[in-house]
Write a protein that binds this ligand. Sequence first.
Ligand code: PLP
Length: 458
Amino acid sequence: MTGASNLYPTADLRARDAAHHFHPFTDTGALNREGVRVITSAEGVWLTDSDGNRYLDGMAGLWCCQVGHGRGEIVDAVEKQMRELDYYNTFFKTSHPPVIALSERLAQLSPPQFNRVFFTSSGSEANDTVFRMVRTYWDLMGKPEKKTIIGRWNGYHGSTLAGTSLGGMTGMHAQGDLPVPGVHHIPQPYWFGEGGEMSPDEFGLWAARELERAIDVLGEGKVAAFIAEPIQGAGGVIIPPDSYWPEVARICRDRDILLVADEVICGFGRLGSWFGSQHYGIEPDLMPIAKGLSSGYLPIGGVMIADRVAEAFIDKGGEFYHGYTYSGHPACCAAALANLDIMVRERLVERVADDIGPYLQQRWKALGDHPLVGEARMVGLVGALELVPAKGDRSRKFAPVGEVGTLCRDISFGNGLVMRAVRDSMIISPPLVLTHEEADELVARAARTLDETYAALK
Ligand code: PLP
């Protein structure tokens, strides 16, 4: 696995990183003792580190690099844009061609109720925007009491104050005394882990009706919105039973609360449709987006706003006192436009639905036969392997939770495959350009990793 060249002095990079870089979502103290892995270049689905080792990027960066790494076309589009108009803002009655073109493009690509987009630089900022937009919407509708937003335990909506609060990660809540007031969480539709004796569909209905029960307790007149990822990503690729989303959509409609589908991971082809909500046949009122919008080449996110909400603001809202210096940054819009051009030209969404998606799913699900795997699940190109101590018994978990997952993740790196560990689940979300040969390679490396992890536990 070690390549010939060593252009970068790893020890020097590690020492400088340890001295000056405080990492996100990292125990920086522990990392500094271990030594960081330094990624120096990337091409297609492959990453190279400072020692010349190559890894198959099974996570598409952080669930974002749909078109693969190293696409010169995006680089050229950004360079051209920066030479023409490096930066200008979109506040105070100004706009520019790339932000106009991207807004129009997103309106064309998204479901019919969406004709407008508010731009941000990230998914977290998109969810902070959602938070203020939802509450302001109900003020404008003459129902200022409708303020509570319901999210789900183990949901992830980013790490700003609103993002952390809307998400249901208790470890995150504990840092910063969150959630902020006015957020309520209900159980997740995690059949494998929490479904008990119920069938998946019974459990899906039960989990959906937890929303209705929460609305009854909180009071319909007090609840503003429900926010959820079509498939929970960071929570461990929690794929809801088929019965779940139609029931959630019915409840939101019947009880007059806004439905927010967080599409930051599921959007832009990940599930084999442009948006995850299309895969589940639901019609949200707001869709936070980011990641695959630019394949991560430059930071850009946003909120797709359904006409029902946008028109309330436009007709009676006056000024929305909200925005970011980089909302609709010209270079980021140019990167997103070039990325979307590639996705359309190479039919990447269709490919996930009809070709590479089913191809990888079949092989991935076969890993479910491994003695260490309790369930192998995948929709589109996002999947998980649940590692269990006793195959066939969903009630038993490894203790302490997460140790086996971390071991498996480290072994996977050693085998040249990036998988992410969430508790004791191994996650993949590869670039949508993955070829059949690369899919075979990914599965072979994952299988070897499972064998080695299993052997290490004996
Ligand atoms: N929403 C979801 C569903 C996510 O998965 C993420 C990031 O993983 C976010 C929001 C936050 O996005 P960002 O990290 O760009 O702030």
